[in-house]
Design a protein around this ligand. Sequence first.
Ligand code: CP
Length: 340
Amino acid sequence: MSWFNLFGKDLISIKDWTKDELDIVLRVTDQIKGRYYSGASTPHLNYKTFLMLFFNTSTRTRQSFETAMTQLGGHSQFIEAATMRISLEKKPGAGETIADTAKVMDRYCDGIGIRLLEDKVSAYGEGTKILYEFARHTKAPVINMASDVYHPCQALTDLYTMQEKVGDLRGKKLAITWAYSPWVRSWGSIQSTAMIAARYGMEVVLAHPQGYDLDPDVRALTGEYARQAGGSFTITHEMERAVDGATVVYPRGWMSPQRYEIGKEAEIEMAGKYKDWIYTAEKQQKYGLPGYFLHCMPIDRGHEADDEVCDNSLSLVYDQAENRLHVQKAILALTMRGRL
Ligand code: CP
């Protein structure tokens, strides 16, 4: 397979990319990060434009993609969906359709990024369906900048960061554990990272209180990836069992499958019953060594993890945040040009 095969390819979920294709992103990230630290330029996307359509807020994704395009010699446009003519409601009078919006954006750019999740959708999966709908109407690649089901750029970054720190990930234990937070976030980051870690042969252990199951299709696929790669995927309802002996621990809150039926307030109240689901330095010492701390950020400090875990030498979170930049440069160069 050639790198050029990635030219024009959408990245909405890592399940749509082969393992060879994901490997290429990791290899190109190494090259691009090396050039960054050697002071060499990376003008692979001169005169190219990446349009970034945000329905939700962001710190890392917006800034890392904007900086990525600058470092690649191109330009990115930050667009708040509320400033557009688009409506996600499909009825006359609501606003411009997704198809018309996508076809017009396609005439202006070489790549399109979209973020759509949490309170901006009314049912699980709706955001991701809209990304696929966009992609049906564009030649330019559509890059998922976080949806309600997937966050592929985060997953590739998490994998890259763990490889940087640990080396070969096969047989290494990754504990992904639910942690209390009233922020009630979507499942995209957790689901994508579980899938990619299983695909690269890690022993993935998912922990959560009863009632916080992930998408059954994602669970099935994660199990299948683990079988193919010689790793494993297990689920427990005890945080301590998950983190015991883990090489990497990823504690994060996520919404229950009832979120869109019961409403946000009821969801926050339900999560409040599990405030002891916090990853602390005490647990890290007792169960998790090395227990590297992984988190996509933002971290709900004092709820998901204590300050010591966030700030001690086992924390990977700032390297992880930086790696979004380098991984995304690789994704943009490969999908918007097909070569370096
Ligand atoms: N991890 C992540 O996507 O961060 P932002 O929500 O700040 O973009």
